[in-house]
Design a protein around this ligand. Sequence first.
Ligand code: NDP
Ligand SMILES: O=C(O)C1=N[C@H](C(=O)O)C[C@H](O)C1
Length: 261
Amino acid sequence: MSIRVAVQGALGQMGREVIKAVAAAPDMTLTGGCDARAPENTMSFDGVELFITADVNKCLVKTKPDVVVDFSLASAVPQTAETAARAGVSLVIGTTGLTPQVLARLETLTREFNIGIVVAPNFALGAVLMMELARTAAKYLDWAEIIELHHEKKADAPSGTAIATARMMQAARETPFESPKDETEHKSRGEEFYGVPIHSVRLPGLVAHQEVIFGTVGQTLSIRHDSISRDSFMPGVLLAVREIAKRRGQFIFGLNKLLGF
Ligand SMILES: NC(=O)C1=CN([C@@H]2O[C@H](COP(=O)(O)OP(=O)(O)OC[C@H]3O[C@@H](n4cnc5c(N)ncnc54)[C@H](OP(=O)(O)O)[C@@H]3O)[C@@H](O)[C@H]2O)C=CC1
Ligand SMILES: O=C(O)C1=N[C@H](C(=O)O)C[C@H](O)C1
């Protein structure tokens, strides 16, 4: 049976890419789109005709999806998730910048309303591998910093991927990472998350990139991933849709869990 999918953030950079990917997936039916400033209308997305509205509830009632894919803004996620949950609709959430409180509420919603939710800070396979490799290296190398580089329109800093990477790296260790002892006057050393300094670069020309640099005596190890276009995220998004459609009651954080890492 075809999985019915609606897209929240449909007019955004990721939303438009998801619309193309879902429309081309043989086992999915694209039902509708929502976006903050959408005119209530049928719109054409690269030849795909789609009902779109600013009202999430209207989108769900009118188009009856099984799954909502959300790439919008962190502040919009709670309302979308509550509305979807009450309608019994599962969610795939790629939006970053979610607080621990919002994540905890999302987990509760899965049990309260028997829906499935996947939240993944990065849907690109290479990025998931970069994070896993950084997790492994973190067990052996005591110094590390992260540089994440994104397009200039990105709303949040640091990226969700960088924060999740730092958390995975620290969780793999028994001791905190080392850091310089004599830095009494620094003004530009990034911001520490889980003991790992993160440096955020924002420039036109970039899409989504991250380098994790480890250091120890006489050597460094750099693990780098580059998304050079947004179609890099689509196989992961489609995998998440397929999986969550059959996993009611489950909350899954990270694409790594669906890839069996
Ligand atoms: N997990 C992953 O693999 C990836 C995650 N992301 C994340 O996805 C999110 C979106 O990224 P991107 O597409 O580049 O951003 P865009 O700004 O291009 O798109 C976001 C869209 O959501 C809309 N929006 C804003 N507020 C609301 C609201 N309250 N209700 C409904 N829609 C709203 C925006 O409208 P308007 O422009 O009018 O504000 C815009 O059309 C970000 O959090 C980003 O970090 C991005 C890439 C990959
Ligand atoms: O905003 C983006 O573009 C991206 N956001 C995600 C993040 O914050 O990690 C994933 C990817 O880096 C692209």
